[in-house]
Design a protein around this ligand. Structure first.
Ligand code: NDP
Length: 254
């Protein structure tokens, strides 16, 4: 049966776990060949094998995209191996929480490096390929989806730098949307609420229990809920651009 993304190629960053892994599977299920980008090679290989067993096409690329060179190489390998690039999901990210006054500089640097610079490096390297795909069959449109957060919409104490990166992603995405609109490269942001992933595991140990306490009685979103949202955004007809989607857990108050 024909699928919405047949004959397209998607690159997903942060595909070794959580939202990225679920998104890669969902895009493959819709017919896209998927490039899986993250640092943990073994996880990527396992996911690639699962996708292949399900009848899909997947390419594992281990790369630390905080540097421009490996990010460019990941995009180049995708196009060399899979033939083109129609869809980029900038999902790789890190959330380190805590008051500004106590935060180690290194935590800020690491968040800015992946949440902001990783997205910038992949996006710029992908642009010529996306523009070409948007002028071509099968869809005559291409997509960039940036995974932001509710923290990109509503800043809260204890998440200042994470919010800075995510609201920056929203601003960058809107600016890029305007720049790429003539070429039919659509740009969207998805702002997930609390999703059950490994994201919280990187929070400093002394702060983790306070963070866990906030969400302990909540039914969190599953990564597949966000993967669904991504598939919705990229599978719209070319006349439709879904530029922003806020997806909270129904139990979430913030
Ligand atoms: P995970 O920790 O499960 O996933 C983060 C992913 O980013 C991993 O695959 C990790 O892979 C990858 N990554 C981190 N650093 C790098 C790097 N330097 N180079 C390449 N890849 C890297 O968390 P989530 O799935 O929850 O997070 C995905 C996105 O969703 C993030 O942007 C996060 O901010 C956002 N988000 C998550 C929410 C949640 O509640 N979980 C809520 C709102 C937004 P590896 O370590 O193998 O490199």
């Amino acid at each position: 049966m024909p699928q919405a993304l047949d004959n397209t190629v998607a690159l997903v960053t942060g595909a070794s776990s959580g939202i990225g892994a679920a998104t890669a599977r969902a895009l493959a299920h819709e017919g896209a060949a998927v490039a899986l980008v993250a640092r943990r090679r073994e996880r990527l290989e396992t996911l690639a094998n699962t996708i292949r067993t399900d009848g899909g096409v997947a390419l594992a690329i281990d790369a630390d995209i905080t540097d421009a060179h490996p990010a460019r190489a990941a995009v180049a390998e995708t196009v060399a191996e899979l033939g083109r690039l129609d869809i980029v999901i900038n999902n790789a990210g890190l959330m380190l929480l805590g008051p500004v006054a106590d935060a180690p500089d290194d935590e800020w640097r690491r968040m800015l490096d992946i949440n902001v610079n990783g997205m910038l490096h992949i996006t710029r390297a992908a642009l010529p390929h996306l523009t070409r795909a948007a002028a071509d069959d099968p869809r005559r449109v291409a997509d960039i989806v940036n995974i932001s957060s509710t923290a990109g919409r509503v800043a809260r104490g204890g998440a200042a730098v994470y919010s800075l990166t995510k609201s920056g992603i929203n601003a960058f995405s809107e600016s890029l949307r305007q720049e790429l609109q003539p070429q039919r490269v659509r740009v969207g942001v998805i702002e997930p609420g609390t999703v059950d992933t490994e994201l919280g595991d990187h929070v400093r140990a002394e702060l983790r229990s306070a963070v866990e306490q906030q969400t302990k009685d909540m039914e969190k979103l599953s990564p597949v809920d966000i993967a669904d949202a991504v598939v919705y955004v990229v599978s719209r007809p070319r006349r439709v651009a879904v530029n922003e989607l806020l997806v909270r857990a129904a139990d979430q108050t913030w």
